[in-house]
Design a binder for this molecule. Structure first.
Ligand code: SIN
Length: 335
């Protein structure tokens, strides 16, 4: 598994925008514009990466990651795959906003076919801020992508000297540089000034062992997330059905629960062939089948450990292959 195709590793950097490429509108201003700097400018700001790898770059998008959408995901997956398929490329780095980074990372973790490292990196402070975190994050991301032992670990996220698995990582804080957490199964490793300390590999299936492919897709199935709350009615679930959702992920209270009227709406949706996945809004823990909710009778799927936004990604990909509830449930135990 180890070994690179050239003595100096070559890393392909794909840029999508985000705060890592952000600029303050005025000196010392609190507000800023995401995706203001090009990928060339980002790399030029960290000349030390030349000590780690030869770099080539590609601007795939220039957006704040709140605007990440299916079309850009499909393009990013295709461009990442094309880069990794080149024999001379040892790994890929994707610069990305932190807001939806966990979703993009998990999407790529399921659709990119390669053992080569793919590393998503962002920043919480814009490039022009005092003590911007982007340059060191980028340096560390290139170090991980260039490191032969990082192969076969699936898509990774690097930030704040930590290496996270795409499946495990979640953004947990609006502003702090230590926003990313991997609460369930822990970190993939640490990276200090480009020096790696890798921990145990990922436990669930990913990348080169994944069954999913988006190669011939031009659109993804529509899956909506419905957020549960005290006093919930059936309106939001009915709206998702009327809006044309093929799947609904419920960000349920506690163990993925919803109030009785909402549960009746979800059961009606499931009877119509819309796949309903119960997840949890708590930020941790496993949603198991048939505990407080009779999933077998109502035709629901449970999200296992996936948070609602990652359950949505897996359900979208699952719906490209099947609508069978038992088969979809199995996917949630596998990935
Ligand atoms: C974004 O996600 O594009 C904005 C926030 C960030 O990158 O930290």
């Amino acid at each position: 598994m180890a070994g690179t195709s050239s003595p100096v590793p070559q890393v392909h950097v794909l840029a999508t925008g985000g705060t890592i490429a952000g600029a303050q509108i005025q000196d010392r201003a609190r507000g800023y514009k995401a995706a203001a700097f090009s990928v060339d400018a980002l790399i030029a700001a960290v000349p030390q990466v030349a000590e780690l790898a030869r770099i080539d770059v590609e601007q795939v998008a220039a957006i704040g990651s709140q605007d990440m959408d299916d079309e850009t995901w499909l393009k990013l997956a295709a461009r990442t795959q094309a880069a990794l398929d080149r024999a001379e490329i040892d790994g890929a780095v994707i610069t990305h906003g932190t807001d939806t980074m966990e979703e993009t990372a998990f999407f790529l973790n399921l659709v990119v076919r390669s053992e080569k490292p793919v590393v998503l990196v962002g920043a919480m402070r814009p490039a022009t801020a005092i003590s911007a975190d982007g340059p060191m994050n980028l340096y560390n991301a290139v170090a991980v992508a260039a490191y032969p032992e990082a192969r076969g670990r699936g898509v990774l996220v690097v930030a704040n000297d930590e290496i996270h698995f795409a499946r495990e990582v979640a953004k947990t804080n609006t502003t702090q540089v230590g926003t990313f957490r991997s609460t369930h199964r822990g970190l993939a490793g640490l990276v200090n000034g480009g020096r790696l300390h890798l921990y145990a590999p990922a436990v669930r299936r990913h990348t080169y062992r994944s069954e999913f492919s988006v190669e011939n897709l031009t659109r993804m199935p529509r899956v909506d997330i419905v957020y549960a709350h005290a006093g919930m009615g059936r309106g939001l679930i009915d709206a998702a059905v009327e809006g044309g959702a093929e799947g609904i992920v419920i960000a349920g209270v506690g163990d993925g629960n919803i109030a009785a009227p909402a549960q009746r709406a979800a059961a009606d949706a499931a009877r119509q062939g819309i796949v309903v996945v119960r997840s949890s809004r708590t930020g941790g823990g496993v949603v198991e089948r048939n505990i407080e909710v009779d999933d077998d009778r109502l035709g629901f799927v449970t999200a296992d450990e996936l948070n609602p936004q990652k359950a949505r990604v897996l359900l979208m990909l699952g719906l490209t292959r099947t609508r069978d509830v038992a088969a979809l449930q199995e996917l949630f135990y596998t990935y």
